[in-house]
Design a binder for this molecule. Sequence first.
Ligand code: NAP
Length: 285
Amino acid sequence: MPRPKNSMQLRNQHIFITGGSSGIGLSVARQAAVAGARLSLVGRDAAKLSAASATVRAETPSTPEIVTIPADVSSESAVLAALQIAEAVHGPIDILITSAGVARPGYFEEIPVSVFERTMAVNYFGTLYAIKAVVPSMRARAHGSIVLISSGAGLVGLFGYTPYAPSKFALRGLAETLRAELKPAGIAVTIVYPPDTDTPQLIEENLTKPPETKALTAGGGLWTSDAVARVTLDAVRCGRFSVTPGFQLTILSWLHSLIAPILHWSFDRVAARARREADAKGTSK
Ligand SMILES: NC(=O)c1ccc[n+]([C@@H]2O[C@H](COP(=O)([O-])OP(=O)(O)OC[C@H]3O[C@@H](n4cnc5c(N)ncnc54)[C@H](OP(=O)(O)O)[C@@H]3O)[C@@H](O)[C@H]2O)c1
């Protein structure tokens, strides 16, 4: 059977991964290396990048040079500089994966505006800058794949995620619009909506999650970063647009607007119960 037009094999492809030093981004890097890709990894912390590179190399000793570039994706100039470094080693980027992201849950009124601004700067603009930077060369070569890592919180607004959910909703708007614009240029766009995934970010989130948020996310199960990476790279291979790991998120993505009134009713009940339980235990603010 012929492969779909937007499909992409990973062998010899240059994959540029923001947030490639940890969690989902690192799992994608490890699996892409096994598939024979050439890697460039971006994160802020040079030590984490070195450790990630060593992990990938230990698992796949034959992998070509892994370019690691410390950069903050919320700075457009830093993203452009990182891209130049990566391209100097491995040539133009074939596949861009924007996994760099931050989340700081809490009650809306207790979160300073600076957190909202920073979340949007990293999650939305950090993604936008990288896409802006790669599209011209992808268009020129009529070849490329762009993967945005959103979140289940980019499909439905969840109690406690007022800084995070809008940044991930924004990625959905960007991806849907870009999909249409870039398809004629031969560039595939994929957006991934991971559920709770066992990564350092989730551990960090759990430190400030209100009890209502914990109750609401408890039912969704916990994915491994390897499993999320697997469905992500499968989507790249076959040119799929939307990736909703698991049954719940798939149903949510199909029916969200239709079942929104039921969802709101159900979410409110779970949140109210969690509030009562937290009050009874005296553990909440
Ligand atoms: N874990 C979950 O439950 C979950 C669920 C849905 C969606 N997601 C999304 O999945 C993506 C990956 O998250 P993860 O769970 O794998 O988290 P993680 O393990 O904490 O990894 C986050 C990565 O992003 C990098 N990063 C963070 N801020 C950055 C910045 N300003 N500039 C450059 N790199 C930055 C981190 O490196 P440095 O710290 O060194 O910069 C790290 O490599 C995020 O977009 C997240 O929102 C996660």
